[in-house]
Design a protein around this ligand. Structure first.
Ligand code: 3H9
Length: 699
């Protein structure tokens, strides 16, 4: 049983004990009900306290139980809350640290609530694509008012307990404890003080009205509709809270339950729940246990003050870690510093950063032209030109000067990290840290594990990623690692589609309608088409059999490198990012098509989406099978946080699971029949073929 029972004097204390956050799984729910029964049967007990062990009161329903039989087994959370409400002795919730979702709903079912300051209070279900399903939408408005409750429920955002405690007229907390440490003793004393009070107060009996009624909810609905876009849950939250103001409590509760169950079955909720677990799972490396010792990172050096180096440096400055930046020339350093300043100043102007914080961050930044000045850094990250010879020179220098035990990292996006490590005498200290541009904004960090990378280096950089608020995913060494290796196939399909009859605009629109932050051609213009060009030139040498469309090369030959040159697949006005279709580019594509003797055909958006997304899926299956990625969910995390894949689709592999792997393979077999496509590529990866044949998913 994951709830403990103790009696202190005449007060029984039920302690939720289901680490890490006291999720309300079956055994915890059963433990609460058993505790209530024991306390009521014991004549010496006058009142009951429910609290949580460790670092939470409760983080809510056990997310890992969703979709399993356990979630359905009695006592469900409704039954537990009913048992509390119907208890013959007063039940006091002693709340601390984290009180979220079902945890808050449980507390709202208690007769009294005592909260420690500093506790994070939320109904965050909407972030999982659902709504509070155990009375949260019906009880919270009764204790904090309709508007505050709707705000919390629709946003899912956390509010600190002391803030709620200070709201005039709030009835969520009957008392605030003096401190988290004082909570347990104060809860016992409070329980004794109200032990004899009858009738027992119930939140469900409080009134729930909004003075403007219909008008308010119409207004709220309009606001939420604009923001919710592809997510059904937020609008349902409005419906549920409105029901709290218009229906009898029991009817409102039943309506909430119906909405909750319907949302639970949506693909959007499955995607969000998948992503919640995937993001947390990404930080776990199968052969690097959680207790692996870590090296200390007190200072960082960055080689290269370009866009990438500057962005990387900002991450550490933001986290309060001193950075020393190295360049070959003073002018390059000056330019780099000016860019960092410009970025921070833009944040100050927007009110996102306080002036004194900006100054504190800049004070942590120093520069040098001399490698010897870097020697004491705990971590050095190289962000120089993407060419092996240049990397060799840098790593040889680093090997010569850096202190023993320093971690040497390369920000390479495609090059062989093992080769880079071999330029040093300390291959165990070398790792890839592939930041995504703009490095101070994008959440993804691909950690590239070399053949010799030491386990403590991996443990250290994974922990460091958390500190600088990145989501880190480990990739093995291969050309392009997880993300760029997959994007190459996606880009190739984009090229074939142009040859066969599409315009860049049609492809981009189809992908953006699917939910991508940007279609492939707008993305190329943003990243710089010359980068892909350089990679392709290398590929033409290394993989002469690989089939490519030549349109992207023709574009680059015209100098249309993208936004930075004001012209790429589209035109761009100075200082603006709007992509304006260009007739000459369309003509260039048509001429090339004619030169190849291809008669253009009308291609549906569905085909565009399937070819692009399933190309990611097939390459991902190879990546998984080769052990480059540890698990399927890591690949989804890479695509959501690094490539703008729609969150509500949960990543390419989650999407493939939703479509059904059998259907994915069928589509691939169709694409393989197209003589203008690459039939060899469309042979389903063995792993994919096997899973599809067995009726399984990537999970
Ligand atoms: C709900 O309550 C539905 C009801 O309305 C109706 C029911 C009928 N369950 O984030 P962290 C695990 S829906 C199980 O890194 P932090 C997490 O997987 C639920 N496990 O820590 C991870 O495990 P591991 C509504 C959970 O300190 C570990 O805890 N509640 C749950 O940065 C640490 O997580 C939510 O949506 C859970 N509910 O933040 C709360 N929550 O170590 C979602 C966490 O194996 N949770 N875990 O990887 C959070 O927002 C944060 O995790 C929390 C801690 C603030 C609690």
């Amino acid at each position: 049983m994951t709830a403990e029972y103790q009696v202190h004097g005449d007060v029984a204390v039920i302690t939720l004990a289901n680490p890490p956050v006291n999720g309300l799984g079956l055994s915890t729910r059963q433990g609460i009900v058993d505790g209530l029964d024991r306390a009521q049967a014991d004549a010496a007990v006058a009142a009951i306290v429910i609290t949580g062990a460790g670092k939470a009161f409760s983080g809510g329903a056990d997310i890992k139980e969703f979709g399993t039989d356990k979630a359905l087994q009695q006592p469900n959370l409704h039954a537990v809350i009913a048992a509390i409400e119907n208890a013959t002795k007063p039940v006091v919730a002693a709340i601390h640290s984290v009180c979220m979702g079902g945890g808050l709903e449980l507390a709202l079912g208690c007769h009294y609530r005592l909260a420690a300051p500093g506790c994070s209070v939320a109904l965050p279900e909407v972030k999982l694509g659902i709504l509070p399903g155990a009375g949260g939408t019906q009880r919270l408005p009764r204790v904090v008012g309709v508007e505050a409750a709707l705000n919390m429920i629709v946003s899912g955002e956390t509010v600190k307990s002391e803030l709620i405690g200070s709201m005039p007229g709030q009835k969520l907390f009957d008392k605030m404890a003096a401190s988290p440490e004082a909570l347990a003793a104060e809860a016992l004393a409070f329980a004794q003080s109200i032990a004899a009070v009858r009738p027992l107060p119930l939140v469900r009996n409080l009134p729930c009205k909004h003075p403007e009624g219909d008008a308010y909810f119409q207004f709220a609905r309009n606001m939420v509709k604009g923001m919710a876009k592809n997510y059904p849950a937020p609008l349902k939250c409005v419906d549920a809270v409105e029901a709290a103001t218009k229906r009898k409590f029991a009817d409102g509760l039943a309506y909430e339950r119906e909405l909750f169950i319907n949302l639970m079955w949506t693909s959007e909720s499955r995607a969000l729940r998948h992503l919640f677990l995937a993001e947390r799972a990404a930080s776990k490396i199968p052969d690097v246990p959680a207790d692996t010792p870590q090296r200390s990172i007190q200072s960082v050096a960055v080689i290269g003050a370009g866009t990438m180096g500057g962005g990387i440096a900002m991450n550490f400055l933001n986290a309060g870690i001193p950075v020393k930046m190295l360049e070959m020339k003073q002018e390059a350093l000056d330019r780099g510093i000016a860019t960092i300043r410009k970025n921070y100043e833009a944040q100050v102007k927007k009110g996102k950063l306080k002036q004194d914080k900006y100054e504190q961050r800049m004070a942590l930044l120093t520069t040098t032209l001399d490698y010897a000045d870097l020697k004491d850094a705990d971590l050095v990250i190289e962000a120089v030109f993407e060419e092996l010879g240049v990397k060799e020179a840098v790593f040889k220098q680093l090997d010569a000067v850096m202190k023993s035990g320093a971690i040497l990292a390369s920000n390479t996006s495609t090059l062989d990290v093992d080769k880079i490590a071999s330029f040093t005498q300390r291959t165990q200290d070398v790792v890839g840290l592939h930041f995504f541009s703009p490095a101070n904004v994008m959440k993804l960090l691909e950690v590239v594990r070399g053949e010799k990378t030491a386990k403590d280096v991996l443990a250290t950089v994974m922990a460091m990623a958390k500190k600088i608020k990145k989501t880190a995913v480990v990739s093995g060494v291969c050309d392009g690692f997880i993300g760029n290796r997959m994007i190459e196939q996606y880009g190739r399909q984009g090229g074939f589609l142009l040859d066969e009859g599409c315009t860049p605009e049609q492809v981009d629109k189809a992908m953006e309608k699917f939910g991508m932050a940007m279609g492939p051609f707008r993305m190329g213009d943003l990243a710089g088409n010359d980068i892909g060009w350089a990679i392709r030139k290398r590929r033409y040498q290394e993989k002469p059999d690989m089939k490519y469309s030549k349109t992207a090369d023709l574009l680059c030959e015209k100098g249309r490198f993208g936004q930075k040159t004001g012209a790429g697949w589209y035109d761009y006005l100075p200082g603006k990012r709007d992509a304006i279709p260009n007739a000459e580019v369309v003509k260039m594509i048509e001429d090339h098509r004619a030169a190849l003797g291809i008669t253009p055909r009308k291609i549906s958006d569905e085909e565009i989406v399937q070819r692009l997304v399933f190309s990611l899926v097939n390459e991902a299956a190879h990546i998984l099978e080769e052990g480059i990625a540890n698990k399927a969910s890591d690949i989804d995390v890479v695509y959501i946080f690094g490539y703008g894949f729609p969150i509500y689709r949960g990543g390419p592999l989650n999407y493939a699971n939703e479509v059904g792997l059998f259907n994915v393979v069928q589509a691939m077999q169709r694409f393989a029949q197209n003589p203008l496509d690459d039939a060899k590529f469309w042979q389903p990866a063995p792993l994919l073929a096997r899973l599809a044949a067995e009726g399984k998913t990537f999970n």
